[in-house]
Design a protein around this ligand. Structure first.
Ligand code: UDP
Length: 161
Protein backbone atom coordinates (compact mmCIF):
# COMPACT_ATOMS: atom_id res chain seq x y z
CA UNK A 1 0.00 0.00 0.00
CA UNK A 2 1.00 3.63 -0.39
CA UNK A 3 1.70 3.75 3.31
CA UNK A 4 4.66 1.43 2.82
CA UNK A 5 6.05 2.46 -0.53
CA UNK A 6 5.57 6.17 -1.03
CA UNK A 7 7.85 7.50 1.70
CA UNK A 8 11.08 8.52 0.03
CA UNK A 9 12.14 10.96 2.75
CA UNK A 10 15.40 10.07 4.43
CA UNK A 11 16.60 7.89 1.54
CA UNK A 12 19.66 10.03 1.08
CA UNK A 13 20.14 10.61 4.78
CA UNK A 14 23.79 10.71 5.84
CA UNK A 15 25.60 10.11 9.11
CA UNK A 16 29.10 10.51 10.50
CA UNK A 17 30.71 7.33 11.78
CA UNK A 18 34.18 7.36 13.34
CA UNK A 19 36.26 4.40 14.45
CA UNK A 20 37.92 5.77 17.58
CA UNK A 21 41.63 5.22 18.39
CA UNK A 22 40.96 2.03 20.40
CA UNK A 23 39.03 0.57 17.47
CA UNK A 24 41.86 1.39 15.06
CA UNK A 25 44.51 -0.07 17.39
CA UNK A 26 42.42 -3.19 17.88
CA UNK A 27 42.14 -3.73 14.08
CA UNK A 28 38.36 -3.38 14.08
CA UNK A 29 38.12 -1.05 11.06
CA UNK A 30 37.32 -3.85 8.62
CA UNK A 31 34.69 -5.53 10.79
CA UNK A 32 33.00 -2.20 11.45
CA UNK A 33 32.86 -1.28 7.77
CA UNK A 34 31.55 -4.77 7.02
CA UNK A 35 28.57 -4.29 9.33
CA UNK A 36 27.48 -1.10 7.57
CA UNK A 37 27.98 -2.69 4.15
CA UNK A 38 26.12 -5.86 5.14
CA UNK A 39 23.13 -3.81 6.22
CA UNK A 40 22.93 -2.12 2.82
CA UNK A 41 24.31 1.32 3.59
CA UNK A 42 26.53 3.12 1.15
CA UNK A 43 29.94 4.61 1.89
CA UNK A 44 30.29 8.16 0.55
CA UNK A 45 33.36 9.40 2.45
CA UNK A 46 36.33 7.80 4.22
CA UNK A 47 39.60 9.03 5.68
CA UNK A 48 42.14 8.37 8.41
CA UNK A 49 43.19 11.34 10.49
CA UNK A 50 44.55 12.51 13.79
CA UNK A 51 41.89 14.69 15.32
CA UNK A 52 42.86 18.03 16.82
CA UNK A 53 41.64 19.30 20.18
CA UNK A 54 40.06 22.14 18.20
CA UNK A 55 37.95 19.75 16.10
CA UNK A 56 37.00 17.73 19.17
CA UNK A 57 35.90 20.77 21.11
CA UNK A 58 33.51 21.61 18.27
CA UNK A 59 32.44 18.00 17.86
CA UNK A 60 31.73 17.51 21.57
CA UNK A 61 30.50 21.05 22.38
CA UNK A 62 27.73 19.77 24.64
CA UNK A 63 30.19 17.74 26.73
CA UNK A 64 32.94 20.28 27.38
CA UNK A 65 31.82 20.93 30.96
CA UNK A 66 31.59 17.24 31.87
CA UNK A 67 34.10 15.81 34.35
CA UNK A 68 35.16 13.14 31.85
CA UNK A 69 35.89 15.66 29.07
CA UNK A 70 39.70 15.89 29.65
CA UNK A 71 40.04 12.11 29.53
CA UNK A 72 37.76 11.98 26.47
CA UNK A 73 40.11 14.46 24.72
CA UNK A 74 43.13 12.40 25.72
CA UNK A 75 41.46 9.20 24.44
CA UNK A 76 40.35 10.69 21.13
CA UNK A 77 43.79 12.16 20.41
CA UNK A 78 45.71 9.04 21.52
CA UNK A 79 45.94 7.68 17.97
CA UNK A 80 44.45 7.91 14.50
CA UNK A 81 40.72 7.84 13.87
CA UNK A 82 38.91 6.54 10.77
CA UNK A 83 36.08 8.88 9.82
CA UNK A 84 33.35 7.84 7.43
CA UNK A 85 30.12 9.16 5.99
CA UNK A 86 27.45 6.54 5.33
CA UNK A 87 24.29 7.13 3.34
CA UNK A 88 20.93 5.39 3.12
CA UNK A 89 17.36 5.26 4.29
CA UNK A 90 17.10 6.10 8.01
CA UNK A 91 20.87 5.67 8.33
CA UNK A 92 21.20 7.92 11.40
CA UNK A 93 18.81 5.94 13.57
CA UNK A 94 19.85 2.58 12.14
CA UNK A 95 23.52 3.33 12.79
CA UNK A 96 22.83 4.12 16.43
CA UNK A 97 21.18 0.71 16.67
CA UNK A 98 24.10 -1.02 14.93
CA UNK A 99 26.51 0.78 17.29
CA UNK A 100 24.61 0.11 20.52
CA UNK A 101 24.32 1.97 23.80
CA UNK A 102 26.97 4.57 24.72
CA UNK A 103 27.77 2.50 27.80
CA UNK A 104 29.03 -0.94 26.70
CA UNK A 105 27.56 -2.37 29.90
CA UNK A 106 24.12 -1.59 28.43
CA UNK A 107 24.98 -2.36 24.79
CA UNK A 108 23.30 -5.50 23.49
CA UNK A 109 25.26 -8.40 22.03
CA UNK A 110 25.17 -8.08 18.26
CA UNK A 111 25.86 -4.35 18.40
CA UNK A 112 29.36 -3.04 17.71
CA UNK A 113 29.85 -1.76 21.25
CA UNK A 114 28.11 -4.82 22.68
CA UNK A 115 30.44 -7.15 20.80
CA UNK A 116 33.74 -5.29 21.03
CA UNK A 117 33.87 -3.16 24.17
CA UNK A 118 33.49 -3.32 27.95
CA UNK A 119 33.87 0.23 29.30
CA UNK A 120 32.34 3.60 28.38
CA UNK A 121 35.79 5.23 28.25
CA UNK A 122 36.84 2.92 25.36
CA UNK A 123 33.69 2.36 23.33
CA UNK A 124 35.30 1.94 19.90
CA UNK A 125 33.04 4.02 17.66
CA UNK A 126 31.16 7.28 17.21
CA UNK A 127 27.83 7.65 15.40
CA UNK A 128 25.83 10.89 15.02
CA UNK A 129 22.71 10.84 17.17
CA UNK A 130 20.24 12.86 15.05
CA UNK A 131 19.85 14.01 11.47
CA UNK A 132 20.59 17.63 12.45
CA UNK A 133 23.69 16.67 14.44
CA UNK A 134 24.83 14.43 11.57
CA UNK A 135 24.70 17.35 9.12
CA UNK A 136 26.71 19.51 11.51
CA UNK A 137 29.28 16.77 12.19
CA UNK A 138 29.74 15.89 8.52
CA UNK A 139 30.39 19.56 7.71
CA UNK A 140 32.87 19.72 10.58
CA UNK A 141 34.82 16.57 9.65
CA UNK A 142 34.64 16.56 5.84
CA UNK A 143 35.00 19.01 2.99
CA UNK A 144 32.19 18.64 0.46
CA UNK A 145 34.80 17.64 -2.16
CA UNK A 146 35.63 14.59 0.00
CA UNK A 147 32.07 13.26 -0.26
CA UNK A 148 31.33 11.14 -3.32
CA UNK A 149 27.92 10.97 -4.95
CA UNK A 150 27.43 7.62 -6.60
CA UNK A 151 24.70 5.09 -7.19
CA UNK A 152 25.29 1.58 -5.92
CA UNK A 153 24.66 -1.05 -8.62
CA UNK A 154 22.23 -2.94 -6.38
CA UNK A 155 20.18 0.11 -5.45
CA UNK A 156 16.98 -1.43 -6.86
CA UNK A 157 17.38 -4.45 -4.59
CA UNK A 158 17.40 -2.21 -1.52
CA UNK A 159 14.87 0.45 -2.51
CA UNK A 160 11.72 0.76 -4.55
CA UNK A 161 12.36 4.46 -5.18
N1 UDP B 1 31.96 9.30 27.52
C1 UDP B 1 32.75 8.93 28.59
N2 UDP B 1 32.18 8.85 29.83
C2 UDP B 1 30.87 9.13 30.05
C3 UDP B 1 30.07 9.52 28.95
C4 UDP B 1 30.65 9.59 27.71
O1 UDP B 1 33.93 8.66 28.42
O2 UDP B 1 30.40 9.04 31.19
C5 UDP B 1 32.57 9.39 26.18
C6 UDP B 1 32.29 8.15 25.34
O3 UDP B 1 33.43 7.92 24.51
C7 UDP B 1 31.11 8.60 24.49
C8 UDP B 1 31.47 10.06 24.25
O4 UDP B 1 32.02 10.49 25.49
O5 UDP B 1 31.00 7.83 23.30
C9 UDP B 1 30.33 10.95 23.85
O6 UDP B 1 29.28 10.81 24.75
P1 UDP B 1 27.77 10.81 24.26
O7 UDP B 1 26.91 10.88 25.49
O8 UDP B 1 27.59 11.85 23.21
O9 UDP B 1 27.58 9.33 23.66
P2 UDP B 1 27.59 8.73 22.17
O10 UDP B 1 26.81 9.68 21.29
O11 UDP B 1 29.02 8.59 21.75
O12 UDP B 1 26.91 7.39 22.28
Amino acid sequence: SARYNSNTSGVRERTLIAVKPDGVHRRLIGQIIQRFEMRGFQLVGLKMLRVSEELLSQHYTSLCKKPFYPSLLHYMTSGPVVAMVWEGHNVVRSSRMLVGDTNPTQALPGTIRGDFSVHISRNVIHASDSVEVAQKEIALWFQSSELIEWECCDHDNLYEF
